[in-house]
Design a protein around this ligand. Structure first.
Ligand SMILES: [Mn+2]
Length: 324
């Protein structure tokens, strides 16, 4: 068993050591995942490396759909000698899905800002205090004595804005995050364009579906928990494109007295996903973890086997101890 290197020097030397890097992210990628993968690949390619971008997809979020063509689902075999794997925005291989197929045994590094994950990989550059993985990738580029290209800066700002809800989720000790964002803007990123990329281009029907979820939301535990849900038939009727939960959470979190919001979706018969948001007091990552999910203290999620009604009542029940 080798010691795991979690230092900046360790990750920089890992990214210098090999000639080809497979750059992976988690299933159901978001702007932070895709932005950090693309920015890291661009940086490494500028430094003479070959990069292969892999993702299990699906690229169902409107704001990342245009990047889908840059990614393959699995590596083509045989894998060239002197290759290594970098996994971004998650800390365990189970989250990357089939994109890791054929890559076992290669040198492996994780760059992540989630607290959960298993202790594998030669390098684990993991900082749960980081607001996004793009923030960590930016710190790696800068610690290497370089600065992001205009394209990389835009991708890095896109990831940072995705995971911070365009800076809304940041608290009082986040001065350094704003400094790093300022350096991205100085390097050519446009906040206006990133905002449009994140929030524009949604199908009309996706807003109608959001209306359905808003009208059916239930207020529980004296208004501290708001829960809403949607079934398969309804999602098919309105279409799955552009279902940005972020806006839905944002609207529900504005309600007076609310501490947490839960959204349950039946994805297919016998399978649901559950999303959690917390205002401040409730650790929703712990609640998600009790069902096998994960995430951050104030934003978490899980994929679970079962039907909508059953999962919804189990999840609501799990809040009993925190609200009593
Ligand atoms: Mn992230």
């Amino acid at each position: 068993m080798h010691a795991i290197d979690s230092s900046m020097a360790g990750v920089i030397s890992f990214l210098d050591r090999y000639s080809l890097y497979f750059i992976l992210g988690h299933k159901e990628p978001d702007g932070d995942c895709v932005g950090s993968q693309l920015a890291l690949a661009s940086f490494l390619e500028r430094h003479g490396k070959t990069c292969v971008l892999l993702s299990a997809g699906p690229f169902s979020r409107t704001e990342i759909a245009s990047h889908a063509s840059r990614f393959a689902e699995t590596a083509s075999t045989p894998v060239p000698a002197d290759s290594a794997v970098v996994v971004l925005d998650c800390s365990s291989l189970s989250r990357v899905g089939q994109s890791a197929d054929g890559l076992s045994g290669l040198p492996l590094a994780f760059i992540d800002h989630h607290a959960s994950g298993e202790a594998s990989g030669e390098v684990r550059f993991v900082n749960p205090a980081a607001p996004s993985v793009t923030y960590l990738v930016q710190s790696i580029i800068e610690a290497s004595g370089d600065r992001p290209s205009p394209l990389e800066a835009e991708l890095l700002l896109f990831g940072l804005c995705t995971d911070t809800g365009f800076f809304r989720h940041l608290g009082e000790k986040s001065g350094e995050v704003f400094h790093s964002a300022a350096r991205l803007v100085a390097a050519g990123a446009s906040p206006k364009e990133v905002f449009a990329m994140m929030n524009g281009g949604k199908p009309f029907a996706s807003r109608k579906l959001m209306g359905e979820l808003l009208s059916r939301a239930e207020s529980l535990y004296d208004g501290k928990l708001l829960v809403t849900w949607t079934g398969i038939e309804e999602q098919q009727r309105y279409g799955l494109v552009g279902r940005d939960s972020d806006m839905l959470y944002q609207l529900l979190m504005t309600v007076e007295g609310v501490e947490a919001v839960v959204v349950v979706r039946q994805e297919k018969p016998g399978e649901c996903t559950v999303g959690f948001r917390s205002r401040e007091l409730i650790d929703v990552a712990a609640i998600a973890a009790s069902f096998g999910g994960g995430g951050h203290r104030l934003a978490a999620g899980l994929h679970i086997f079962g039907e909508l009604d059953e999962i919804k009542s189990k999840v609501v029940e799990a809040f009993k101890s925190v609200f009593s």
